[in-house]
Ligand binder design. Structure first.
Ligand code: PLP
Length: 440
């Protein structure tokens, strides 16, 4: 028997309320704060709040806690690395953990070409570095990204983002020469209703955009999420990534896969692009890489990562404690968790499809492994988005002991830690069913 979910005080309890009150008084008003979860500790897929309530986590701290909370091997590696030294600056000096992690990432990245690795502190820093690398290596300025994309909060990441106007409003001017084009989003195709996808979203880049707007010769890189994350957990149609690859090759454009959310085993492969067998020129990872320790990476073909010494660096990037966490995380994901993500993902997907049969509010279900999106609509025929139900669903699930999150304006994301088991999946589905029955 699991000892979670277990709600002993309706959340937020008194201790959580005190934290929320202080935080609200002093922290930046820009924080989102989805619901009043105030965490004391976690173990596996369980998160305990400061009042002793225990939750089943289906969001993994926004797809980060890949190995679950407090995995003993990760914690031991972090403690051992911290005992040795906390910092020396990997941009300027050497240590085994950094060399080992660069090697491990270069070898685990998909495709036959030899890779090199730059280590960052976060996803957005990896995105920014990749913009610099792409411009520096092609000597072109143009960047293509997609509608619904989320690439982070720095000026580079924000300029590539087109998920919500809130994330851009009042911050202009953005980086110049960034173009947003329609993503391979079959359920809401920009080109035709009831799309039976023939990849017009890709061919139009060449046939329309490069003809009317900007030459392919002026584009340095296409940035794409192999599964759109913040935009709604959208899986593009089969052949989409391959078609982008071929288009890039025809025009000397670099293909950058932002796998910051979809990578490190989440989709049941180490990287989501492996489902399509497509090798990018530059691959970005962060989030799940350090099991919660802040680390990201730019993994590029050696033929591209040739910028000169001093062209790019970072004081903290590749911090030794984070490298230790990442090395253990990669090992755990490669040796068991990636398979678990695939198996548990199938179970979760089957369960959500059953919920779709029962609840008309579920318009579309999609995903791979433990990256599943549930798109909510007011009417299945018109597909009118039901954005209003997302927050009440999140809040009701929270009160029942299940942590979930929205994605896009009218989808739920289901992204538990990769250590989730069959019983956890069934409990989560049951709570979700109860919430949908009460609210839809
Ligand atoms: N790229 C993608 C696909 C993401 O999902 C995110 C974060 O959600 C980022 C970039 C930004 O990462 P970070 O929040 O670590 O800066």
């Amino acid at each position: 028997m699991k000892d979670y979910p277990r709600i002993i005080v309706p959340p937020p309890g008194p201790k959580a309320r005190a934290i929320v009150e202080k935080d609200t008084k002093y922290s930046s008003t820009s924080y989102i704060k989805e619901y009043p979860l105030a965490v004391a500790r976690g173990s596996g897929v369980m998160v305990e709040d400061v009042d002793g309530n225990r939750y089943l986590d289906f969001m993994a701290g926004i797809a980060v806690s890949s190995t679950g909370y407090g995995h003993p091997k990760v914690v031991a590696a972090v403690k051992a690395a911290a005992d040795d030294f906390l910092h020396i600056c990997g941009s300027d000096f050497y240590y085994a953990g950094m060399a080992d992690l660069c090697e491990a990432l270069a070898k685990v990245a998909p495709g036959p070409s030899k890779k090199r690795v730059f280590l960052s502190n976060s996803g957005t820093e990896a995105v920014d570095g990749a913009i610099k690398l792409a411009r520096n290596s092609t000597r072109r300025a143009g960047l293509i990204a997609f509608k619904g994309a989320f690439h982070g909060r720095s000026y580079g990441g924000m300029s590539l983002t087109s998920r919500s106007v809130k994330q851009r409003a009042g911050f202009g001017p953005m980086l110049p020469e960034v173009h947003h084009l329609p993503y391979g989003y079959e359920y809401r195709c920009d080109f035709r209703k009831d799309c039976k996808c023939d990849l017009t979203c890709v061919s139009s880049i060449e046939n329309e955009f490069f003809q009317r707007h900007t030459s392919g010769k002026d584009i340095a890189a296409i940035f794409v999420e192999p599964i759109q994350g913040e935009g709604g957990y959208v899986v593009p149609p089969p052949g989409y990534l391959k078609a982008l690859r071929e288009l890039c090759d025809r025009h000397g454009i670099l293909l950058v896969f932002d796998e910051i959310q979809s990578g490190i085993g989440r989709t049941g492969k180490m990287f989501a692009c492996e489902w399509e067998g497509v090798e990018p020129d530059i691959l970005l990872t962060a989030k799940g890489l350090g099991s919660g320790m802040p680390i990201g990476a730019i993994i590029a073909r050696e033929s591209i990562m040739k910028w000169e010494s001093g062209a790019h660096g970072s004081t903290f990037g590749g911090n030794p404690v984070c490298c230790a966490a990442a090395l253990v995380t990669l090992d755990l994901v490669q040796n068991g968790l990636v398979q678990n993500a695939q198996q548990m993902g199938e179970r979760l997907m089957a369960g959500v499809k059953k919920l779709q049969e029962k609840h008309k509010v579920i318009g579309d279900v999609r995903g791979r492994g433990l990256m599943i999106g549930v798109e909510l609509v007011k009417d299945r025929a018109t597909r009118e988005p039901n954005a209003e139900i997302v927050k009440p669903l999140e809040e009701m699930a929270f009160k029942k002991g299940l942590l979930i999150l929205g994605a896009g304006k009218n989808s739920l994301r289901l992204a538990p830690p990769l250590v989730v088991d069959a019983e956890d999946i069934d409990i989560g589905l049951k709570i979700l069913d109860e919430c949908l029955t009460a609210l839809a």
